[in-house]
Design a protein around this ligand. Structure first.
Ligand code: GDP
Length: 395
């Protein structure tokens, strides 16, 4: 079986098992390294070539893919990562850090259950760090922290080992202060980030290494070793011993919730309908046999397939040919294709169960923010609002 076929089989098997799925976003202040991190995660997981990471060009050894010239232009990618001898599917929703920043982050946060908050170790928390964190908490999206550009502390600022540790400790405290100030209840419920607990990783997305307390235990590489590798300009060895994707993806899998774990809390925050109704229960349980509850978070133009609506499926299973209602309209739409992401590519499948990020065609009346359902009368999801806009109180 070719490499691509094997990957197709793996992705198909994993998407049918929501316990093995993590839907995440990477959020950061502009220039803190979100793009470099995302590309290197994908390359590390073998979804794009190592050499091309950072150049946003997807290439595979598979000839057909080379011919089709598939490039990363989609807002959604996925990767398969092995943790504790099990494979997981990590769906990564992109949150572009450009002018239109607020709205994009807001949409992405609706689709995911967890967020990797990236901070530049030198610059520290910045206004957009606060905005994205606030948005994540508002959408009941759990954060973990990645402190990036640690190489700069050593090689540019010439900090000593202790000085560096103190700075990193202060950064973690700052982030926790933000979390506590924004949502004390969740902070107390364990959403605080904590290096010893494994919810913080440090590293260099540019030089492809990262470390966390669990990673130190796994590899035997200590903080002092990290310091020495950087000082001696041997980050290549460090990247071999402590690959970025392993530290970050291990953290994601271990500490960010699966859709099954996350949906109960998330549905409470983004849907104001009757939680004891059939659809309320089905969404809380991510029930693949329930009615469809799909929230559209992105619409993109595909040269072959036309308009592709991507979003989060909270309940039911999407299949080809299914008739659905789109909130705010009275006509029915018929779903044509259903797909999930494999690397940056959209992979057509027969059926997608609840808990996944799904990409569908045929929803000609949907807009970003639409609720799509098989029910005749469903309370739509809370409209997507940017955190700086007035916040609607959750019932
Ligand atoms: P984004 O705006 O958050 O997507 O940031 P980018 O990923 O585009 O990175 C912004 C700049 O920081 C680029 O010039 C990167 O090469 C650089 N950069 C990213 N990660 C690191 C790192 O770990 N160390 C250093 N020294 N530079 C980095």
């Amino acid at each position: 079986m070719g490499r691509r076929k094997k990957m197709v089989e793996r992705v198909k098997a994993l998407m049918s098992n929501p316990d093995m799925i993590r839907n995440i976003g990477i959020v950061a202040h502009i220039d803190h390294g979100k793009t470099t991190l995302s590309d290197n995660l994908l390359a590390g997981a073998g979804m794009i070539s190592q050499d091309l990471a950072g150049r946003q060009l997807f290439m595979d050894s598979d000839e057909e893919e080379q011919e089709r010239g598939i490039t990363i232009d989609s807002a959604n990618v996925s990767m398969v990562h092995e943790y504790d001898n099990n494979e997981y599917l990590i769906n990564l929703i992109d949150t572009p850090g450009h002018v239109d920043f607020g709205g994009d982050v807001t949409r992405a946060m609706r689709a995911v259950d967890g967020a990797v908050v990236v901070i530049d170790a030198v610059e520290g928390t910045m206004p957009q760090t606060e905005t994205v964190l606030r948005q994540a908490l508002k959408e009941h999206v759990r954060p973990v922290l990645f402190i990036n550009k640690v190489d700069r502390l050593i090689n540019e600022l010439q900090e000593g080992g202790q000085e560096m540790q103190m700075r990193l400790g202060k950064l973690i405290d700052l982030v926790n202060k933000l979390i506590k100030g924004m949502n004390e209840e969740r902070y107390k419920a364990g959403w605080k980030v904590d290096a010893a607990g494994g919810t913080v990783a440090f590293g260099s997305a540019l030089y492809n290494w990262a470390i966390s307390v669990p990673m130190m235990q796994k590899t035997g590489v200590s903080f002092n070793d990290v310091y020495e590798y950087c000082r001696n300009e041997d980050m290549k060895t460090l990247a071999e011993k402590c690959p970025l994707h392993e530290a970050v993806n291990d953290m994601v899998i271990r500490h960010l919730p699966s859709p099954i774990e996350a949906q109960e809390g998330r549905v409470g925050a983004i849907w104001h309908g009757d939680k004891t109704s059939e659809i309320g229960k089905s969404m809380k349980d991510a029930d693949a046999n329930g009615d469809i509850a799909f929230m559209v978070t992105d619409i993109a133009m595909d040269p072959h397939a036309g308009e592709v609506a991507t979003g989060r499926l909270f309940s039911g299973s999407l299949t080809r040919g299914m008739e659905v209602n789109v909130s705010g309209t009275t006509v029915k739409n018929r779903i044509q294709q259903v797909g999930v992401f494999m690397g940056p590519e959209r992979l057509e499948v027969e059926k997608i169960p609840a808990g996944n990020i799904a990409a569908v065609t045929g929803l000609k009346d949907a807009i970003v923010g639409s609720t799509v359902t098989t029910l005749e009368d469903m309370m739509p999801f809370e409209s997507i609002q940017h955190a700086s806009e007035p916040v609607v109180t959750v019932a």
